[in-house]
Design a protein around this ligand. Structure first.
Ligand code: F6R
Ligand code: MG
Ligand code: MG
Length: 368
């Protein structure tokens, strides 16, 4: 029997601003998935939060894009929204952009990443959850971990990995339909770089292993402003990455995050800051950020999850957190000038556009 790992997350309201969901919301989400386990819809589930987002990790046998699983996630977020409203929390129901569920959460606000797999004798995997950024935040670390021997020493040292990996990349600006391209390393290396250099436009959707055809990774691709046509919060993506044996090791998958790379997000979704790798259940703070990412490692066996290992809760990452703070402070010192703030096409609030329109009327052409 095949096992499906589904991670679906949403911001349905938070305490003290856009900071974290309340304990009552988390308890409600736990209650909903526990009921689904009791009924046999899920074989196991976990609830976590990263910043203001609740992530549902659900294990089942129904495959990806299953309407029952997606409805469970949607109904859970409707229920946590009701709690948020009853507590007077901020941004209640923020990521639920449609009134009624229609078969799949994709295109409705929540982010989702799913992999269906034949369990290996040991099936280790990592769930990444990021807050205050777009799905392109995974471009750099996923590409580096799967394609660059600087991070993935297995590409040189493990013979079974030498054939490389295939990347499916989505054009997230194409809102009418999924526009995707499939490219391989090593042969298409520069073409992949050409796309991934623009993480607000082209986003890794999945990674498969060339030698076996097995799927190694999946990440969410939704961009909320492309769904609603206006800013309703940043996308705050999730990703699932299988590790070890013919896939990169867990440590190789984590390695690129040590850069604390710059990404677009943070306050009002409109600033470039360095991504900070954080412990599970971390909150949002400085300048409505910084952009954060958590990593939980699990094994799944016959549909049951082990406890999580909190992969960024280790002294090594304290240094990276300090580095991320320093990089963020460094670019924040530049305020709104140049690359510190998003370019016109990615500005998430309309104030600048309105101001420019108003000022445009006051410009005069100087006569020579
Ligand atoms: C970023 C984010 C926050 C808000 C900011 C203003 O994704 O959620 O930075 O954009 O706190 O929020 P509103 O407009 O809700 O007052
Ligand atoms: Mg969020
Ligand atoms: Mg939010």
């Amino acid at each position: 029997m095949k096992t499906t790992i589904s991670v679906i997350k949403a911001d349905t309201g938070s305490v003290g601003g856009h900071n974290r969901p309340s304990n009552a919301m988390l308890a409600k989400a736990q209650e909903q998935v526990d009921m689904a386990v009791q009924k046999g819809l899920l074989s196991d589930a976990r609830i976590t939060f990263t910043g203001d987002d609740i992530a549902l990790l659900m294990i089942h046998g129904k495959g990806v894009d299953n309407p029952d699983i997606h409805k469970l996630a949607w109904d859970t977020f409707v229920a946590t929204t009701a709690i948020a409203k009853s507590q007077g929390l901020y941004g209640a129901g923020q990521d639920l952009l449609k009134d009624a569920f229609s078969g799949n959460v994709r295109g409705m606000g929540p982010g989702s990443a799913e992999i269906e797999l034949e369990e290996r004798p040991a099936e280790p995997f990592v769930v990444f959850a990021a807050d205050k950024c777009g799905p392109g935040v995974f471009n750099y670390p996923l590409f580096e971990a799967f394609a660059n021997p600087y991070h993935n020493a297995g590409l040189l040292l493990a013979p079974e990995m030498k054939d490389g990996f295939t990347f499916t990349i989505m054009d997230v600006n194409n809102v009418d339909a999924d526009r995707v391209i499939t490219l391989k390393v090593p042969s298409d290396y520069y073409d992949i770089c050409t796309l991934l250099r623009d993480p607000n436009h082209y986003v890794i959707e999945s990674v498969t292993e060339n030698a076996s055809g097995l799927q190694a990774a999946a990440s969410s691709t939704s961009r909320l402003h492309n769904i609603s046509g206006k800013y309703v919060g940043k996308d705050d993506p999730v990703a699932i990455v299988r590790t070890q044996k013919t896939f990169p090791s867990t440590g190789e998958i984590l390695s690129p995050w040590a850069l604390a790379h710059f990404t677009l997000g943070d306050n009002r979704g409109s600033h470039h800051v360095a991504v900070m790798p954080v412990k599970q259940n971390s909150i949002i703070s400085f300048f409505d950020g910084p952009t954060i990412v958590s990593a939980a490692g699990y094994c799944v066996h016959e549909g049951k999850l082990t406890e999580a290992v909190d992969l960024f809760d280790q002294p090594f990452w304290d240094l990276i957190r300090t580095k991320a703070s320093e990089k963020t402070l460094s670019i924040r010192a530049q305020g709104f000038y140049g690359p510190a703030m998003a370019g016109m096409d990615e500005l998430e609030y309309t104030g600048v556009v309105q101001n420019l329109k108003r000022l445009g009327e006051k410009f005069v052409i100087r006569q020579k």
